[in-house]
Ligand binder design. Sequence first.
Ligand code: PGA
Length: 251
Amino acid sequence: MRKKIVAGNWKMNTTVSEGVALAKAVAEKAEGLNNGVGLIVAPPFTHLVSVAEALKGSKVGLSAQNCADHEKGAYTGEVAVNMLVDAGCAWTILGHSERRQYYGETDEKLVVKVRLALDAGLGVILCVGENLDEREAGRHFDVVKAQVENVLFNFSAEDMKKIVIAYEPVWAIGTGKTATAAQAEEIHAFIRETLAAKFGKELAEETTILYGGSCKPSNAKELFAEKDIDGGLIGGASLKADDFIAIAEAF
Ligand code: PGA
């Protein structure tokens, strides 16, 4: 049985004290959650140490939103994987569409980052997804396939056990426009087939594939009911503990 996960990507939101309060509220409410869903929160870098402290002894895992593409040294403004581990992270998100779109994150760079993250002992949530033009041109399968192949096909089956994929159609992120459950399922199943062709069916069946893009309490149940959707990467709705937990309860 593959792992079900609901992860909250806080993006560039909250102050440290707000983040700590949010993390504490999530940790507290997570106590009542008994459906086997793994919870993860991904605050900004500046919050990690304090949020790690707030989450101590809870069921909630800590993730970064990005990491540097070098191990250490003269890379002003960057944060290395060993610093993330040291701060208490077990995970990092990589390849979010906002990083690809605004910060020039390429598949080539992601190969380096995923390698560094895995070698440091972090789990990786790798984001893929097409933009609106690509969807309207009917190119969504090709785009997602290329992202999966360009990055993940450089890794071994053993590495893949530490990697979660998040399918996030860019047109659905922060727009209130969710992919329908059928649209999401179609791509999730396709990603699984793509993985199976390279790594074998068993590994593909074991890989957790999350959906992200305007996922909220009112649509999570329908999305998570699909057989290839194993949870969500939640942006806006992860900033309210009640909504975030309600999404996790949707399983
Ligand atoms: P959203 O963001 O839930 O606010 O659409 C999801 C994401 O970008 O991870």
